[in-house]
Design a protein around this ligand. Structure first.
Ligand code: HEM
Length: 404
């Protein structure tokens, strides 16, 4: 398409608005339209939206030109807030603070650490499948959320007697989003409990071990980290690992069970489980966007973007880009050529630290389900609806049934 044709087409198509639930719910069609005519658009005066794989990838990997300080905060009015330091949050920090923080947390996601955790993850997945009710409809989201939270608690090393209370607080907090969480009683209670658990580790009431909480308590004791920073890291891992992995499991099961041939294929060829998980992450990215802002006035694909303007990076849109995935980009195809690599976990300096853990957990749960409950199905009359959340892609409910 020539530039003039692109301009005319852009006039005819409204910009994709990441703040609009209507756009979110019709994303397949809307994103196809905007990628074709205006891959870099400006839905709000201080917000730009990137729709094409090439632009998305380019901005993700360039953390010298783009700051992550506005990450995970959609702000149509203000764009990205002016620079401030010391927020302590990994996903929204920049080098050199980000580099040091990531280095500190990376050891718990290294292959050796995850191999140590694997038997526990598999045990939790087995228990989750064994507890599924028979002969009645149930909402899989409750199960997948519970499993995802337990895996993160196990990774962090939080005592099992705290798990149900922590999950109740997390669930209540999720209900208050997108309003700020800090003032809520659940947030205060959760932070106080996490602080007490870190303090107990510092006092060595519990002997040191390889867990995250033990390592963070040691860092606080050594003066490398404040107690408040340690609490923030624990809280962020809980936030980062729960809703996301739960959504992956729900999206994956919906896709497999809504076409029985796919489910049967996996029963007969369990070696395809890994590919099914990757294709689900591509087709239905649990996190739709991440955000960046330029340090200096810049341009992406020729479109000028000023400092303090927010760039919303369309991870899902990139994963559906026909230029990369071909004409059937919107289809779920277990045997797709995946050489380009989907962007559901981001890419570059901020790429998801927990990706191998999320994959391990989804694989453990799906494999156990295929082995123990191959007769599982969508509940009679179930209608798929996307949750009314801007950043997350998952069904509101996923009603399933295991026949007697
Ligand atoms: C399917 C599940 C998951 C998805 C789709 C997902 C997706 C993402 C995405 C898109 C980012 C941001 C990348 C960016 O800003 O460029 C991210 C960052 C992160 N994720 Fe995940 N995530 C998942 C599971 C997990 C789990 C299980 C954990 C840990 C328990 C985790 C921990 C993190 C951390 C610590 C970061 C920040 C990395 C940084 O800024 O350096 N994630 N994730």
């Amino acid at each position: 398409m020539s530039t003039a044709e692109q301009g005319a087409a852009a006039d005819a198509v409204a910009a994709f608005d990441p703040m609009s639930l209507a756009d979110h719910h019709h994303a397949e069609q809307r994103l196809t339209e905007v990628r074709a005519c205006c891959p870099v658009s400006q839905p709000h005066p201080r917000m730009h939206f990137l729709a094409a794989y090439a632009d998305v990838e380019q901005v993700l990997v360039d953390n010298t030109r783009f700051s992550a300080r506005s990450n995970f905060r959609l702000d149509a009015t203000e764009g990205a807030r002016p620079f401030r330091t010391g927020s302590g949050a990994l996903p929204s920090s920049d080098p050199p603070a980000h580099t040091a923080l990531r280095l500190r947390l990376r050891r718990w996601f290294a292959p050796r650490a995850l191999r140590r955790l694997q038997p526990r993850v598999e045990e939790l997945a087995r228990a989750a499948v064994a507890d599924l009710p028979i002969g009645v409809d149930f909402n899989l989201i409750t199960v997948s959320k519970g499993l995802a939270a337990q895996v993160v608690y196990a990774l962090i090393g939080l005592p099992e007697q705290d798990w149900s209370q922590l999950q109740a607080w997390s669930d209540a907090l999720h209900e208050t989003l997108p309003a700020p969480l800090n003032g809520t009683p659940e947030y205060q209670a959760m932070m106080a409990r996490l602080q007490a658990l870190i303090e107990a580790r510092r006092r060595r009431d519990v002997p040191p071990d390889e867990s995250v909480i033990s390592g963070l308590a040691e860092a606080v004791e050594a003066g490398d980290l404040s107690a408040a920073e340690a609490v923030i890291h624990v809280w962020q891992l809980i936030q980062a690992g729960t809703e996301t992995t739960s959504s992956l499991i729900a999206n994956l099961l919906h896709t497999l069970l809504s076409d029985r041939d796919r489910w049967r294929l996996l029963q007969h060829r369990p070696e395809l489980v890994e590919a099914a998980i990757e294709e689900s992450l591509r087709r239905d990215a649990p996190i739709q966007y991440v955000m960046r802002t330029p340090y200096e006035p810049t341009a992406v694909s020729g479109c000028p973007i000023d400092v303090d303007e927010q760039i919303v990076i369309g991870l899902q849109s990139a994963n559906w880009d026909r230029e990369v995935w071909g004409a059937d980009a919107l289809e779920f195809d277990i045997e797709r050529d995946r050489s380009a690599g989907h962007l559901a976990f981001g890419r570059g300096a901020h790429a998801c630290l927990g990706a191998p853990l999320a994959r391990m957990e989804a694989e453990a749960f799906l494999s156990e389900l295929l082995r123990r409950r191959p007769e599982i199905m969508l509940a009679d009359g179930y209608v798929h609806e996307l949750a009314p959340e801007l950043m997350v892609r998952r069904p509101t409910h996923l009603l399933l049934h295991i026949p007697n």
